[in-house]
Design a protein around this ligand. Structure first.
Ligand code: 1HE
Length: 262
C-alpha cells in the first residue's frame, strides 16, 4: 500500500518498484511546509514499502520548497515553538536516518526549511535555476528543522552564519562550489539525474547503503580512535553478508563491472 497525503505525492518507480519518488505538491504556496506536510514526510519515510531501496525528493512547480509555512507561525508561543521544531526534527530524521538513501532533486527556491529538508538528504542534485537562502535571520526567527546541525556539515558554520546574518543568496553554481549540492545539471534535468542516481544507488547491496548512511555521519563525530574501531566493526559486518561475497566473486570471475574513467 502506498501512502496518500493531500500535499505529498508518492510514486514507486523502477522495474522492481525500488525507487520511491516523493513530491512536495503544494506549488501554489511554493511547497511551503505546513505541519500537515511535515507529518506526511515523517510518515512516508517511516513506512516506505519493502521493495524500496532508494528515494528521490522533489518539488512540484517552479520551486523546490519555500521553507516553513509562515502563515502557521503567527500565533505560536515558546512552548508550541519547541514542539514544532521537534516535529521537524522527527520528520527529517526519518529522511536522514531512515532505511534507504535519499536523493534531493532541486530547482528554484531551496530556502529556509527547504534547505533544511535538502540537507537531510544524502545526495543533492541542483539544476541551474536553483538558489539557496536562509531568510530566517532577516525574518527575526531561527532555523528549527535541524539546519544548525546539518548545514554547517555541508558548508561550514562561517558560511551559514553569513547566509543568516546578511541574507546572502547562493546561486546554483556557487551552491555546488561550496558544497550545498554535489551535482549541478542543466535547468529542468535535476529530477532525471536524481532518478538515474537513485537507480544506481538502489543496485548496491542494501547493507552497504545502510552502513554508509548510518556509520559515516557518526564516525565523522567520533574521535579518530573510536572512528577507526567503528569502521572496522562496520566493515566486518558488511563483508560478511552473502550478497557481498557474491559480488566480489562476480568480479574475480570476470562478471562484475570494472571501474571506468569518469
Ligand atoms: C508562502 C511561503 C512561505 C511563498 N510560507 N506562504 N521562507 C521564506 O521566508 C521564503 C518566503 N517565500 C519567498 O521568498 C518567495 O515566495 C519565493 C522566492 C519562494 C517564491 O517567489 P514567487 O514570486 O515564485 O512566489 P510568491 O508570489 O512569493 O508566493 C506565491 C504564494 O506562495 C503566495 O501566496 P498567495 O496566497 O499570495 O498566492 C505566498 O504568500 C506563498 N508563499 N512562500 C507561506 N514560506 C523549521 S523552521 C524553518 C524556518 C523557515 O523556513 S523560515 C523561511 C521561510
Amino acid at each position: 500500500m502506498t501512502p496518500n497525503f493531500p500535499d505529498l505525492s508518492f510514486e514507486l518507480r523502477g522495474d522492481q518498484q525500488q525507487i520511491a519518488l516523493v513530491t512536495l505538491n503544494r506549488p501554489t504556496k511554493r511547497n511551503a511546509l505546513n505541519d500537515g506536510l511535515v507529518m506526511a514526510l515523517r510518515d512516508t519515510f517511516q513506512n516506505l514499502p519493502a521493495s524500496v531501496r532508494a528515494a528521490v525528493v522533489t518539488g512540484a512547480g517552479e520551486h523546490f520548497c519555500a521553507g516553513l509555512d509562515l502563515s502557521e507561525l503567527k500565533e505560536r508561543d515558546a512552548s508550541a515553538g519547541l514542539q514544532h521544531s521537534r516535529l521537524w526534527h522527527a520528520a527529517l530524521d526519518e529522511v536522514e536516518r531512515g532505511r534507504v538513501p535519499v536523493v534531493a532533486a532541486l530547482h528554484g527556491a531551496v530556502v529556509g526549511g527547504g534547505l533544511e529538508l535538502a540537507s537531510s538528504c544524502h545526495v543533492r542534485v541542483a539544476d541551474a535555476s536553483t538558489f539557496y537562502a536562509l531568510p530566517e535571520g532577516t525574518r527575526g526567527i531561527f532555523v528549527g528543522g535541524g539546519g544548525s546541525v546539518r548545514i554547517p556539515r555541508l558548508i561550514g558554520a562561517a558560511r551559514m552564519t553569513d547566509m543568516m546574518l546578511t541574507g546572502r543568496v547562493y546561486n546554483a553554481e556557487d551552491g555546488e562550489r561550496v558544497g550545498l549540492s554535489q551535482y549541478l545539471v542543466p535547468q529542468g534535468t535535476a529530477l532525471d539525474k536524481a532518478l538515474e542516481l537513485a537507480t544506481r544507488i538502489a543496485s548496491n547491496a542494501p547493507l552497504t547503503n545502510y552502513a554508509l548512511m548510518h556509520a559515516l555521519p557518526r564516525i565523522a563525530e567520533q574521535p579518530a580512535d573510536h572512528g577507526f574501531f567503528t569502521e572496522a566493526l562496520m566493515s566486518a559486518i558488511v563483508q560478511d553478508a552473502p550478497e557481498a561475497k557474491a559480488r566480489v566473486r562476480d568480479f574475480l570471475e570476470g562478471r562484475g563491472a570494472k571501474v571506468k574513467k569518469g
